[in-house]
Design a protein around this ligand. Structure first.
Ligand SMILES: Cc1ncc(COP(=O)(O)O)c(C=O)c1O
Length: 292
């Protein structure tokens, strides 16, 4: 499963204005453009309803606070729904991209004072249905990211390099290995199943606290699965029974092939039994949440 083509959204919200994508401009001195100095979030929308909005907004606020960008994400809430309405996505499956940068100022490494953050958001249609029948291949490479991967920074150089390598090799994701342990994917969280126990890397500075990851951990508990927030060694992947990715867009996607240095260390024909039960439970959970 390889994602290729994307198109621009018709409409974007930029600093108080609703604009077509080709007339939305920021200053070259916006610190997001110049320094990657900003935080972003991607929120899934099922049938026009944002899912796990509170979790996404809390993570967004935490990220902004962590880098001292003075912005209250509560101000965005009405804009998200307005964006869906204006984009005619208020009854569709979609995603909302939102970013806040420190704003426009003469270039300095220190934080400038008295600068207004720049806000960009837009919604775009995505296919959320049918994720449970998708199968993904992954490769593994060294995790060269910084030590605050819990902050959803718009500076994604290491992530895009990693994912580009996966794309180049015709697979969906690149799992990242730090000090001999798998942390997460370039844009997904990763779970392993071994002897009917589900494993994923613990929260901390070396992974993003995935919102889907949290939902899946809750489902493991609900289903009575043994679960350990414990990192899996990169050289142990050949012994695992199941591998799956989680994330806003992939939801829960089964991994059927893991290649390390060109060698396939894990291979299955289909998603494993625990992955399938979690996928089913996830579908039910989302349906119940959006009907609430
Ligand atoms: C590095 C990384 N890990 C994990 C995830 C999954 O997070 P979520 O489930 O909140 O989409 C993402 C999503 O963008 C990501 O970029």
């Amino acid at each position: 499963m390889v994602v290729t083509k994307k198109s621009f959204p018709d409409l974007v919200y930029l600093n108080g204005e609703w604009l077509s994508h080709d007339s939305a401009y920021v200053s070259v001195f916006d610190r997001g453009y110049m320094l990657g100095d900003g935080i972003y979030e991607v929120i899934p929308v099922y049938k026009g309803k944002p899912f796990a909005l509170e979790g996404h907004m809390t993570r967004f606020q935490n990220g902004l606070n962590a880098v001292a960008i003075d912005f209250n994400v509560g101000d965005l809430q009405p804009l998200l729904l307005e964006c869906l309405r204006r984009s005619s996505l208020d009854s569709s499956d979609a995603a909302i991209y939102v970013q806040v940068t420190r704003g426009v100022a003469p270039r300095t490494h220190f934080f400038p004072e008295g600068v207004r953050p720049s806000i960009l958001l837009y919604a775009y249609p995505i296919t959320l249905k049918g994720f449970e029948s998708k199968l993904a291949g992954v490769i593994v490479s060294e995790d060269i990211r910084w030590h605050r991967c819990d902050i959803k920074s718009i500076s994604l150089m290491a992530n895009v390099q990693a994912n580009n390598e996966a794309h180049r090799q015709g697979v969906l994701e690149n799992l990242l290995s730090r000090d001999g342990y798998i942390t997460e994917g370039s844009h997904t969280s990763v779970f392993f199943v071994k002897d009917n126990t589900v494993y994923t890397h613990p929260e901390g500075h070396h992974i993003l606290p995935g919102i889907t990851r949290k939902v899946v951990i809750g489902l493991c508990e609900k289903l009575g699965f043994a679960f350990k927030e414990e990192a899996v060694r990169t050289d142990e992947m050949k012994y695992v029974d199941e591998v799956f990715l989680t994330g806003t867009t992939v939801q829960i996607t089964a991994v059927t092939s893991v290649r390390v240095d060109g060698n396939e260390v894990f291979k299955t024909e289909d998603g494993g039994p625990l992955t399938k039960r979690l996928q089913r439970a996830f579908i039910d959970y989302v349906a119940a949440e959006i009907d609430r």
